[in-house]
Design a protein around this ligand. Structure first.
Ligand code: ZN
Length: 296
C-alpha cells in the first residue's frame, strides 16, 4: 500500500519543526512522527475535511500508523461532513402565544440596558446582565446572571442564555440555548493598538459576527470564533473551540472541534436518520444542492 499524496501532505504540515526528517510510509508510527495527542486530533480533522469521512473515535484511538489512517479512506468518499446536513421531514409548527398575550419584560434592577436596547415581552433579564447599546431581543427569552450581549447582537424569541455567557456581537436565532460561560467573539484580527501604535477605536476593526441557528445548543464554556455559522439544532459539546461552520443537527466536540455525530431536535443522539427517543425522521442533503436533492 502506498500513502495518498494528500495524506502525506497533511502529516508533513502537522509535524513539529524540530522533528527529524523521515520518509513517510504506511508503517510510520504517529509517535515516531512526533505527533502528540493534540496533533492527532488536528490530523483527524484535516483528514476528515480532505477525504469526506468522519473517523469514529474508536478508529482514531486504534490508529497508530499512517497505514491505519489510509485504510479508512473509502474510494467513494467525496462528501465532507461540513457539506452535509440533516433536514427534518415531519416537523410540525409549534404554536406560540401572541406578543400581546405575554407579560411585560422583566429587567432586574442590577441589570444594565444600553441606549436603544430593546427587550421583547415575556423576557427576563437577571442580575448584573448587560445589554450593550442597540441590542435587540425577542419575546420569552431568559438571560442569567452576568450575561453580556455586545453591540450589534440580535436575539430571537424563546432563547435562553445562562450565567456569565459573553456574546461580543452575534445573530442568535429563536430557541437557542447558550450554556454557562459560553464565549462568542467577533474580531478575526484582534489587536489592542493600530500599526501606528495608538489604541484601536471602533472604526479600526471590522466585526465578523457569529450566527447561531434556530434551536442550536452551545455547551458550557464553548468558544465560537468570529464569522462562523452554527446550523439549526446543532449541538456543540462543552468546552469545544469551534473554528469553522457547523451543519444543521451536527454534534461537534473538541479543540479544534470535530464532527462526531448527529442530534435530533429533542437533543438525543441520532443512530441513523430516525430518533430512537421521539421518533422524528430526517433526510441528509448536500449543502450545495437544492433542498429537494437528497442523498439518502
Ligand atoms: Zn428526538
Amino acid at each position: 500500500m502506498t500513502l495518498p499524496a494528500r495524506l502525506t501532505a497533511i502529516v508533513a504540515a502537522l509535524r513539529p519543526p524540530t522533528a527529524l526528517p523521515m520518509t513517510l510510509t504506511p508503517k510510520s508510527s504517529l509517535d515516531e512522527l512526533g505527533l502528540d495527542s493534540l496533533d492527532r486530533i488536528r490530523l483527524a480533522a484535516a483528514f476528515e475535511a480532505a477525504y469526506g469521512i468522519t473517523i469514529p473515535d474508536t478508529a482514531l484511538a486504534d490508529a497508530h500508523r499512517l497505514g491505519d489512517l489510509a485504510s479508512l479512506i473509502a474510494p467513494d468518499s467525496t462528501v465532507t461532513p461540513a457539506q452535509v446536513e440533516l433536514v427534518g421531514i415531519d416537523e410540525l409548527p409549534v404554536p406560540r402565544p401572541a406578543p400581546e398575550q405575554l407579560p411585560e419584560a422583566f429587567v432586574h434592577p442590577t441589570a444594565d440596558l444600553g441606549i436603544g436596547a430593546e427587550v421583547g415581552p415575556g423576557s427576563r433579564v437577571w442580575h448584573q446582565a448587560q445589554l450593550a447599546d442597540g441590542v435587540r431581543v425577542g419575546s420569552s427569552c431568559v438571560f442569567g446572571k452576568g450575561v453580556y450581549l455586545g453591540s450589534g447582537t440580535r436575539v430571537g424569541s424563546q432563547v435562553k442564555i445562562q450565567n456569565a455567557a459573553q456574546v461580543f456581537g452575534a445573530d442568535i436565532h429563536d430557541e437557542v440555548l447558550l450554556c454557562p460561560g459560553v464565549l462568542i467573539v467577533e474580531d478575526p484580527t484582534p489587536r489592542a493598538v493600530t500599526v501606528s501604535g495608538v489604541p484601536q477605536a471602533a472604526e479600526d476593526w471590522t466585526p465578523s459576527p457569529v450566527t447561531v441557528g434556530r434551536g442550536a445548543t452551545i455547551g458550557a464554556g464553548a468558544v465560537l470564533l468570529p464569522g462562523i455559522r452554527i446550523g439549526a439544532h446543532a449541538l456543540v459539546a462543552a468546552g469545544s473551540v469551534v473554528d469553522r461552520d457547523v451543519p444543521s443537527h451536527a454534534l461537534v466536540a473538541g479543540n479544534p472541534h470535530r464532527h462526531v455525530g448527529w442530534v435530533c431536535r429533542c437533543g438525543w443522539r441520532l443512530p441513523g436518520t430516525t430518533c430512537t427517543r421521539c421518533g422524528a425522521r430526517y433526510l441528509r442533503r448536500t449543502l450545495d444542492q437544492p433542498a429537494t436533492n437528497y442523498i439518502v
